[in-house]
Design a protein around this ligand. Structure first.
Ligand SMILES: Cc1cc2nc3c(=O)[nH]c(=O)nc-3n(C[C@H](O)[C@H](O)[C@H](O)COP(=O)(O)OP(=O)(O)OC[C@H]3O[C@@H](n4cnc5c(N)ncnc54)[C@H](O)[C@@H]3O)c2cc1C
Length: 480
């Protein structure tokens, strides 16, 4: 018996482990380990849990139509997975397991423990790098080290894919005609136990069918203009496929193939090339996570920035979380996050930099808050984005570069449409004053004044980063 062990790869299309298992010509089982205690430990948003459970529902039905029974085990946390899996394979006579590799540290440790258990039982474990386009250990600099600068990585990434990319193979014919969604009652129970407001879930469609449709719609209607409009949050100009990609209801290979095919059309070429660049960022942060395990341990990528002395101000943090910093674009973005479970990329950068530089609060607090709310919460991309914005990460923005939240607002929401949608108290203001409402306090009496002044932020940040570097160097010299 062959087993497909599902994790963040909740689909049947373009799924190498499933194709490999079916190709053996023997019966295939599928398994998903539900780990609510691990979700709690990782601070996973309730909305994301809902998306995963709903997508599992669809997966169970799709697998059944391929003659594959999907079992679901509730196992608590990752530490309990190896024993649970060992009992399962023994009970079902499994001798081969296929799965898609995962790279965060906890997941790697879980998989190492599982591999040891399976070896003892004589069960072989076959992993494939299905969640990325380029496997994370493939590309190295001339010195044999991992790439830590995106532009250099991207050049090699493009070249590697030109030589190696092949479209996912079609699934072989199953050995059995129909299967059974064995884990359905458990998934239904878990969904019932979740408390997520219907207003949140109503905006989202789970499962791989919806994801494939969404990809197709994006390519047909928005890809051509992606480069031109992607930075404007009031426009629906990006794919919103991050949730599907992070839960694996969609494969990056399907996205890459669709964008490459679109490039054959001159009108789509530029937009498609730009969008492929975003898929490269996704792979880049995954290879950073796989090759620098310290970032999975709450540590900064740049060791000297571990010495930064952050403020500990709960009032300011609450103002940021609740969208009442007095900076309209920041507040609109934070309200979008809490109300929808998603935030536009430009705004993730703006709000992350605002928290870490204007409010001088530890980026890890913001990283955790994002995870607690994002439907697409993905450790590698979230950590990469936060460390980029806070200037503690690989290829991060230089520390002395501080986005001016008013300038960002004027540039990327020129008519204030996005702001007016999320911050009703500012709807009466015109295009100009909506970015700086403190200049018209009588027109927006219910909107708070700025929690900090922009002026002086750059000087403080520079001072703090220099002080951290000095402390770090002092420590290094003491140890030498
Ligand atoms: C502070 C911060 C936190 C972030 N947290 C997450 C997160 O938890 N999960 C997540 O998927 N993305 C995260 N991102 C990256 C990016 O903001 C989202 O992927 C993007 O906004 C999703 O919208 P989209 O699907 O319409 O993207 P598109 O513009 O359509 O891009 C296509 C795909 O490329 C990938 N992608 C795009 N930008 C990035 C990027 N900068 N880094 C890595 N992958 C990227 C995503 O998978 C995305 O779906 C974060 C960025 C920042 C600055």
């Amino acid at each position: 018996m062959n087993l497909v062990w599902y994790r963040n790869d909740l689909r049947v299309h373009a799924h190498r482990p499933l194709a490999q298992a079916l190709a053996q010509g023997e019966p295939v089982l599928a398994l998903y380990c539900l780990c609510p205690a691990q979700w709690d430990e990782h601070g996973v948003a309730p909305l994301r849990r809902w998306y995963v459970l709903e997508s599992l529902r669809e997966l169970g039905a799709s697998l059944a139509s391929l003659g594959v029974d999907l079992h679901v085990l509730e196992v608590g946390d990752f530490a309990a997975v190896p024993d649970a899996l060992a009992s399962f394979v023994q009970a079902h006579g499994v001798h081969r397991i296929y799965c898609s590799r995962e790279y965060p540290l906890n997941e790697l440790e879980r998989d190492r423990a599982v591999a040891a258990h399976m070896e003892a039982l004589g069960v072989s474990l076959h992993g494939s790098d299905d969640s990325v386009l380029v496997p994370p250990r493939t590309l190295n600099t001339g010195k044999g080290t991992p790439y830590t600068v995106f532009s250099a990585y991207k050049r090699r990434w493009d070249a590697w894919l030109d030589d190696h990319f092949s479209a996912p193979a079609a699934l072989p014919a199953p050995a059995k005609k129909s299967g059974h969604f064995v884990g359905k009652p458990l998934v239904e129970r878990a969904l019932k136990a979740l408390s997520v407001a219907p207003s949140l879930t109503a905006k989202w469609q789970s499962g791989e069918k919806a994801a494939l449709k969404q990809l197709d719609h994006f390519v047909q209607t928005r890809l051509a203009d992606y480069r031109r409009y992607r930075d404007f949050p009031a426009l629906d100009a990006t794919s919103s496929l991050s949730v599907a990609l992070s839960a694996g209801t969609l494969s990056p290979a399907s996205c890459y193939r669709a964008a490459r095919e679109a490039m054959a059309d001159a009108g789509q070429r530029d937009g498609a090339a730009c969008w492929i660049g975003e898929l490269a960022w996704r792979d880049f942060y995954r290879q950073i996570m796989a090759r620098f395990p310290r970032i999975s341990q709450g540590r900064a990528f740049r060791p000297e920035t571990e010495w930064l002395q952050w403020d500990d101000d709960d009032e300011r943090f609450a103002a940021w979380c609740e969208g009442r910093t007095g900076y309209p674009l920041v507040d609109a973005a934070m309200r979008q996050l809490v109300a929808t479970g998603w935030m536009h990329n430009r705004l993730r950068m703006v709000t992350a930099m605002f928290l870490s530089k204007h409010l001088w609060l530890d980026w890890r607090r913001g990283e955790a808050f994002f995870m607690q709310h994002l439907i697409d919460g993905d450790f590698a991309a979230n950590n990469g984005g936060w460390q980029w914005s806070a200037s503690t990460g690989t290829d991060a923005v230089p520390y002395f570069r501080v986005f001016n939240p008013v300038r960002q607002s004027q540039r990327f929401d020129p008519q204030g449409r996005f702001i007016a949608h999320w911050v009703p108290a500012l709807r009466e203001l015109d295009d100009k004053s909506i970015h700086e409402p403190w200049k018209q306090p009588l027109l927006a009496p219910d909107y708070p004044p700025p929690v900090v002044e922009h002026q002086g932020v750059r000087e403080r940040v520079t001072r703090e980063f220099k002080a951290a570097k000095a402390l770090h160097d002092q420590q290094e010299n003491t140890q030498a």
